[in-house]
Design a protein around this ligand. Sequence first.
Ligand SMILES: OC[C@H]1O[C@H](O[C@H]2O[C@H](CO)[C@@H](O)[C@H](O)[C@H]2O)[C@H](O)[C@@H](O)[C@@H]1O
Length: 598
Amino acid sequence: MNARIEDYALIGDLESAAMLGTDGSIDWLCLPRFDSPACFAALLGTADNGFWRVSPVGAGPCDRRAYRQDTLVMDSHWECPAGAVRVTDFMPPRAQLPCIVRVVEGLSGAVAMRSELRPRFNQGRVVPWVRTQEHCTVAVAGPDALWLSADGPMEIRGGDHTASTVLDFTVSAGQRLTLQLVWAPSHLPDPPAPLSVPAETALKATGDFWRRWTAQCRYQGPWREAVTRSLITLKALTYAPTGGIVAAPTTSLPECVGGERNWDYRFCWLRDSTLTLSALLRSGYRDEATAWLDWLVRAVAGDPADLQAVYGVEGQRRLPEAEAPWLPGYEGSRPVRFGNAAVDQLQLDVYGEVLDTLYLSLRAGIPMQPHLWSLVESLMSHLQEHWREPDQGLWEVRDSRRQFVHSKVMSWVAADRALRMGELLGRDESAGEWRAMRDAVHREVCHEGWDDGRRSFVQSYGSPVLDASALLIPKVGFLPADDVRVRDTVRAMEALDHHGFVRRYAYDGGGTHDVDGMRGSEGTFVACSLWYADALAATGHLRQARETFERVLDVRNDVGLLAEQWDPVGRRQLGNAPQAFSHIALVETAFALQEAGA
Ligand SMILES: OC[C@H]1O[C@H](O[C@H]2O[C@H](CO)[C@@H](O)[C@H](O)[C@H]2O)[C@H](O)[C@@H](O)[C@@H]1O
């Protein structure tokens, strides 16, 4: 039986991240990067797919845990019959090699502890060879090596049928023991350098790094704690060497437990990363925006016809989707997938998201390099030719292409923001054409995307399906919030309500299968509930907006994290976690409610 998705906390070093359970077990970790093969994959299978647990012997979940304020450093506390102990887990922002530090401190009595390390390289599959060398244990297979060191007297056992390395030790009140695990390329012969950095030094530097970063946050409203945790999570999903931002650090956490809706999110969607950038910019973070703009220019360089919806963290274009039959899946949710076939989809909304972010960056005072204006021109010239085509839309449907209303609305955004940037920069060479396109899209959407019987914008032209993405129409400025069509659409979205939360789409309030062709129904999409709150606030329903927002805040896990979806009946998180989309929307809604006086 797998732990609940909400049982996991995130620690990370801005190049990869680990999922740490309430029981002290790290059940998911890809090294050296977010998109590298996993060395711990128990999250998607069993203990034999790899984990590293540090906890009192025989203990269950910790009694309490919390991030140290404004950091990504996690403290887990156990109160045992023999005494109390705290384990502090963190990953120092990377200097050279990735490292996980686990500091065990006795608070009272004397507690018997165990560290059990069971790496399984190459996506939870390969059992390494383990040897002990100069106070370290090293596990090696193929290109990977994991070096484990401890700074105290411990009994090391290993080499049994589980190929685990077990360290037993006792911590008494006032005692402290540190375990460090470093990944290194397996051809390096010596214990790697991070093992020689004292844990105290690394802990202080890591805490200081996060506190300094958090101190730049401009949000001062009533939900500061939630906003800060979301921003830290978004920052933790940033791949620092290139500025790319992953949608989530996990793959194949199911949208439907036991079902096939399992996807790999360890990549940079232009949609998710542009929205992350908007949330960070709004909150006062400019360095990330600058780094991401550089990433964008490198990633999309070339023919605009080849623009993809998703890239690898270094801007790679090929992310072949494959199934991993050796992994049984989270609670049997199969297949487990690595890679994502969405790279080959046409998703026209990304032009609008990219141009909106460029515009926001320019407005925030980030200077626009001349090559960025060329990018604007080339994206627009491609979109002018293609906006009328059907596509797979923001939900990335895997069956037939459609005339998605959201894709058209975002094509309008693309033209609108290109025009605004032109005005700011005094570049009006293409203004006439872009204005004509903007007006044509507007006319078409208002005609073809509007269902007069339902009194709502619908998912695609001529379809009866309602789609929560229509809630973004006032937010992006396509129509003002006081337009009767916006008011009616917000009212119609009640049909997407599922126990107080909002589904992304449904046919007459029913399931999603008829809409996306996938088997199994899914949970409510967290971002959609927050878009609903935004639209309620914009249309003057302030009390309802606040209640909707607070309902979402209530389903964050104990350390403030949100997955992609929430199942209000099973009362559990679903989908990859923590998901950028959900945390972006939380930050945006906190600002929107504050501005609306809700
Ligand atoms: O619903 C089917 C699709 O689900 C995934 O896409 C979702 O996640 C993306 C990343 O957060 C997001 O940009 C998109 O809007 C979501 O629908 C999956 O990655 C797709 O491959 C799949 O077709």
